[in-house]
Design a protein around this ligand. Structure first.
Ligand SMILES: Nc1nc2c(ncn2[C@@H]2O[C@H](COP(=O)(O)OP(=O)(O)OP(=O)(O)O)[C@@H](O)[C@H]2O)c(=O)[nH]1
Ligand SMILES: [Mg+2]
Length: 346
């Protein structure tokens, strides 16, 4: 009996020791961690973080920016030497700003010099030539459906741009319907359908060879009946010959602009990598389809970023968006200051 009491007492004491030890161990992590340095680190990180778009545009325009390295390396001067002016001219022409703009910049540098730095002076002059109205409208008259029509030759990036802008409109709270007005090949509608799925948009499509005007007409009817907020209409980039293509675009535009549809934007899509060729293409489209803005694609990976300036100057139509990659978010609302800074900031 006494032995039993002794064993019980040992068990109770052992249990007490274990509980006390565990409590002791649990307390260790409850010690307050050292905190003194934390707030400072956080504040530094937040304040020095540049805006996402700035980082992305400068990164994506790296090739075009590289062309301007030689301008950045010139020293400030009240009177630039002929040698320095020749460097500026060569760089501007390589970046494809065009002869008119290059001459205007040289004239300005000759008469005023560049006391605050050559890159800064060129930046100011280029910026002053980008003064178009870049607002886009997503509003139509009462009872009508706003339509954005996308035109341009094949391969420039129309369908991809529609996908990107579908996402942008969707994010802005609009319900989007895509119209597969490129009936030249079946794959075009399949490609658009993929974008519709990815961006949560509706789509109206027809068989290969169908009349593009009736596809757009059906899409507008459906948008009006179902209450979609906007229609983005794709068109073909080729036909048997270019005259037919432009005639067809004018017809599609007329159909799209008939109530209940209303064309509020006609966006001409141009490929920046084709440089000055993009300009001659653009002239033909401008005459035919009432273009309200340019989307310049593939600015990533080209050295010819200056083409933006040539396009605005020579065509008198504002660049509204620029494409900087193949992904759904790789489209930027064109901001002249951000753009020129991406090329010329030191
Ligand atoms: N790097 C890059 N590629 C792009 C950009 N925009 C479009 N692309 C690519 O360019 C190619 C052609 O794009 P599409 O959207 O099919 O061109 P499209 O004008 O619709 O061509 P068609 O339907 O043949 O008239 C695709 O491989 C796209 O991913 C861009 O901003 N940057
Ligand atoms: Mg296409």
């Amino acid at each position: 009996m006494i032995a039993l009491y002794i064993v019980l007492a040992i068990v109770v004491v052992a249990a007490l020791v274990i509980v006390v030890r565990r409590r002791g161990r649990r307390r260790v992590p409850q010690l307050a961690p050292p905190r003194a340095a934390m707030p400072e680190v956080l504040v530094t990180e937040v304040t020095s973080m540049p805006s996402l778009t700035t980082v992305r545009l400068e990164e994506r325009l790296a090739t075009s920016r590289g062309v301007f390295d030689r301008v950045r390396s010139l020293s400030p001067s009240d009177h630039l030497s002929e040698e320095q002016l020749a460097v500026v001219e060569e760089v501007l022409l390589r970046s494809d700003v065009g002869l008119t703009t290059a001459n205007a910049v040289l004239e300005e540098l000759r008469s005023h010099g560049a006391p605050d730095g050559v890159a800064a002076a060129v930046r100011e002059i280029l910026l002053s030539s980008l003064s178009g109205d870049r607002t886009t409208s997503a509003e139509a008259d009462e009872g009508r459906v706003p339509v954005w029509l996308f035109v341009g030759v094949n391969g420039v990036g129309k369908t991809t741009t529609i996908g990107k802008l579908a996402k942008r409109n969707h994010d802005a709270g609009r319900s989007v319907l895509l119209a597969a007005g490129d009936t030249f090949r079946a794959a075009a509608a399949d490609q658009l359908e993929q974008w519709a799925t990815r961006t949560d948009s509706g789509i109206v499509r027809a068989n290969e060879g169908a009349d593009p005007g009736s596809v757009v007409h059906d899409a507008i009817g459906r948008a009006s009946a179902k209450g979609f907020d906007i229609v983005l209409a794709d068109t073909a980039g080729r036909r048997a010959n270019s005259t037919n293509l432009l005639d067809e675009l004018s017809k599609v535009r007329r159909v799209a602009d008939r109530a209940p549809g209303q064309v509020v934007e006609t966006l001409l899509v141009l490929d920046a990598t084709t440089g000055q060729n993009a300009l001659s293409q653009a002239q033909e489209f401008l005459a035919a389809s009432g273009v309200t803005g340019i989307v310049l694609t593939k600015l990533d990976g080209t050295a010819r970023g200056g083409i933006v300036i040539a396009i605005e100057r020579d065509l008198g139509v504002p660049v509204k968006f620029v494409g900087v990659g193949e992904g759904v978010d790789d489209l930027i609302v064109f901001d002249p200051e951000e753009f020129v800074d991406s090329l010329l900031s030191t």
